[in-house]
Each structure stands twice: as structure tokens, then as C-alpha cells.
Design a protein around this ligand. Structure first.
Ligand SMILES: N[C@@H](CCC(=O)N[C@@H](CSS)C(=O)NCC(=O)O)C(=O)O
Length: 238
């Protein structure tokens, strides 16, 4: 095995990471915390799992600062609003260009802080206009939402999907990170949990192709629409 895959950046001792799963929509929700200050953020919470998420936040004595989303989801309703109602002090957060309502709007270059940890906002449109990727440089990780999935990528056939834009976003904003950075997507449909930049640059069957080939692939995916598309896109307020 090459060095590239072995030398992943270890988490610092004061960084807590939890990956949680929604069985119905195959969505990953991430809980990140500073274990010294107890401040935490949650990325892409799912409405039906809010009780579970509150339980874990309370069990390990964390203070939720932000319920944040990588984009406006078409396949499930965000749990941000219900988390806010139950955890005073929590603010909802999404990109300005998503068109959704939230307490805090972010754009490329912004930094989201919890304790001494920071997430950099990178704009990665193409699946939707407002898609962002959150990068934690110190821990060597990025949360790619639906822009990059493990050995795949987000579909581009509804909302403001655009295959050429997605190709540029992923190559310039995600695959330009160091090869050993771990990538955590918003979904996986095969049971995989994490990948790396190096792996996707080598093995992603869509994104290793030319832009023209990528567009052709994306135009011919023939996926059925997500079951909850009507409800979730109508639910624009966080
Ligand atoms: N079968 C699922 C929907 C699956 C799906 O369309 N996933 C989206 C992300 S959620 S909008 C996607 O971009 N998939 C890309 C792919 O290649 O699978 C359901 O019924 O909800």
C-alpha cells in the first residue's frame, strides 16, 4: 500500500468526532466538539433523528453552537429548526446562496468556530447552487455534503444541478486538498463511511474522467427522484 493512504492526520486530543447515520435517507450527520470548552457543531442533522442527537449532546455535556447544513436537502428535512427549539443558544447555519432561511449565512472563506476549532467554508456548487464543503485543516478532514460522495458525486438533474459546475467545484475546492485529507460525505448507499482525497483522485469512476465524459455520465444516471423531494424542498426555513 502506498504511503499516501496510510498517513492520515490523527485527530488532536481535544477534538471529538462522531458520525451518525439515518437509515431511511442514508444520510450522515456529524457531531464535532472541542472537548476542552465543550462547544460543538452538528452538520446535516435529520429531523427524525433530533431526539437521538439531543440525547448524545446532553449525555456528553456539550453546548451546541450551530446546527449547520452543507446545502438545502431534497431527500430529507433538516433537523436544524427542532434542535434550535430544544437547545437554547443553538443557531442554524447555511450558505447565503442556498436560498434557505437560517440565523447565520456563510460564504466562501468564512470560518466557523467552536472552541478553538475552525471549519473553513468552501463553495462547491453543482448539485445545488448553495452547496458548501466545510474543511477542518488542523484535523485533515472535509465534509463534502453531496458535492463528492465516496466513489461518486451528487446528482445534477434537479434543484440547480449543473454537471460542469460540479466538476469544477470538486476539482478546485475538494480534490485540491492534500491527498491524505479524509473526506466525509452527506450520504453513502453502500455502507462506506469515509474516503480520502488521494483515493478519490485515483478511483472515483466519475471524477477521474474528462469534463466532457463527466457531463455525459451525469446526464445519463437515470436515478429515480428521492421519496421526500416534495416535502423537503418546500421546507426552506431552518
Ligand atoms: N434513493 C434515494 C435517493 C438517492 C439520491 O438521489 N441521492 C442523491 C443525494 S440526496 S438528493 C444523489 O445525489 N445521488 C447520487 C448518486 O449517484 O446516487 C431516495 O429515495 O431518497
Amino acid at each position: 500500500m502506498s504511503k499516501m493512504y496510510r498517513e492520515e492526520v490523527p485527530f488532536t486530543k481535544d477534538f471529538l468526532f462522531r458520525q451518525m447515520f439515518d437509515l431511511d435517507s442514508s444520510t450522515y450527520t456529524y457531531l464535532l466538539a472541542d472537548t476542552s470548552t465543550r462547544d460543538c457543531v452538528i452538520i446535516d442533522p435529520v429531523l427524525e433523528n433530533v431526539k437521538r442527537d439531543i440525547q448524545i449532546i446532553n449525555d456528553i455535556s456539550l453546548n451546541l453552537k450551530y446546527a449547520m447544513n452543507t446545502h438545502m436537502h431534497a431527500d430529507h428535512i433538516t433537523g436544524s429548526g427542532l434542535l434550535k427549539k430544544n437547545l437554547p443558544g443553538c443557531k442554524s447555519l447555511i450558505s447565503k446562496s442556498s436560498g434557505a432561511k437560517a440565523d447565520v449565512y456563510v460564504e466562501a472563506g468564512d470560518m466557523i468556530e467552536f472552541g478553538r476549532h475552525r471549519l473553513e467554508v468552501r463553495s462547491t456548487p453543482g448539485h445545488t447552487n448553495g452547496c458548501v464543503t466545510y474543511v477542518c485543516q488542523e484535523q485533515g478532514i472535509a465534509f463534502t455534503g453531496d458535492a463528492l460522495l465516496i466513489r461518486g458525486c451528487g446528482r445534477t438533474d434537479f434543484q440547480e444541478g449543473d454537471a460542469a459546475t460540479l466538476y469544477d467545484s470538486v476539482h478546485t475546492q475538494i480534490l485540491s486538498l492534500p491527498d491524505n485529507f479524509k473526506l466525509y460525505p452527506a450520504h453513502d448507499y453502500k455502507g462506506l463511511t469515509v474516503t480520502t482525497v488521494g483515493e478519490e483522485k485515483k478511483y472515483n469512476p466519475r471524477l477521474t474522467r474528462s469534463k466532457e465524459e463527466f457531463i455525459h455520465i451525469m446526464d445519463n444516471l437515470n436515478l429515480s427522484y428521492p421519496k421526500k423531494i416534495g416535502k423537503s424542498i418546500l421546507c426552506l426555513s431552518f
